[in-house]
Design a protein around this ligand. Structure first.
Ligand SMILES: [Fe+2]
Length: 260
């Protein structure tokens, strides 16, 4: 499909899915790089077994380390950053109409399974729009991709095409998510199995939610968010950026005084 057709589909639906956009081998390396970080702590604690069992064991018996691995991966996995600024994806953003794209949040990598979370919102996001938490350009976009082949049992994202035309539906965040009141029955529902290398690109105003994980595999995925610095409203608003990124005194105290 040419750029004009893709732009039109994105404007109409708020969503496009591009099969085989990336080389599956490159994407596979990201999950391997993330797992390698966990492996270091599995080795330290001599945790054996299959991957989900190892993850469950670290989660249940060494929660601080489990969270720390997740944070290291989310904030510093080199392969993830490289993908987010890959020339192919930057060009795609331009082709889709973002004249001057910038990343407006850090890249995010998710590894979700009900057995690796203390409460549901950590593995299953409710109906929400990304836009409110970002306040980015009206045409800002999310790129979501699985880091594995995902079937319906892995609970791929559920999208509601056309819902982006409703504009922002809330000004409230809960657990970091701009949850929305939304009548699922009023819109079509798109939830697709996706292969390694496929990507979904969607408007930050599109209503979406996590699918339900019904198998015993961790769902690995990531997303990147891009804003358009040439968007007149975004310029007029002065480029708001609501994310907070700061060190935690609580964690510093916990680490420095762990033996006292
Ligand atoms: Fe989202």
């Amino acid at each position: 499909m040419d750029h004009i057709a893709l732009q039109k589909e994105l404007q109409d639906q708020g969503l496009i899915i591009l099969p085989g956009f990336f080389d599956p081998l490159v994407i596979g390396q990201i999950q391997a790089a993330a797992k390698a970080v966990f492996d270091i702590q599995f080795k330290r604690f001599e945790i054996q077994g299959d991957y989900l069992l190892q993850m469950q064991s670290l989660f249940e018996n060494h929660l601080d380390e489990f969270i720390a691995c997740g944070k290291m991966i989310q904030s510093g996995l080199i392969e993830l950053y490289q993908l987010a600024v890959n020339p192919q994806i930057v060009q795609l953003m331009k082709d889709l109409g973002l004249a001057h794209p910038l990343m407006c949040t850090r890249p995010v990598l998710f590894f979700n399974h009900p057995s690796l979370a203390k409460s549901e919102h950590f593995y299953k996001t409710p109906l929400h729009q990304d836009w409110t938490s970002m306040l980015a350009s009206d045409d800002s976009l999310v790129v979501w991709l699985p880091l594995m082949d995902i079937e319906m049992e892995h609970g791929p994202v559920v999208f509601y095409p056309g819902s982006h035309k409703l504009g922002p539906l809330t000004d409230r965040l809960e657990n970091g998510f701009a949850q929305v009141d939304f009548d699922r029955a009023a819109y079509p529902r798109v939830q697709k199995a996706m292969k390694l290398g496929d990507i979904a690109v969607f408007s930050t105003l599109l209503v979406h939610e996590s699918g339900v994980i019904t198998n015993d595999e961790i769902r690995w995925s990531c997303h990147f968010r891009y804003t358009n610095m040439e968007d007149p409203t975004f310029i007029e608003n002065g480029f708001p950026h609501p994310y907070i990124y700061k060190p935690s005194q609580e964690l510093i105290d916990k680490y420095l005084h762990k033996n006292s």
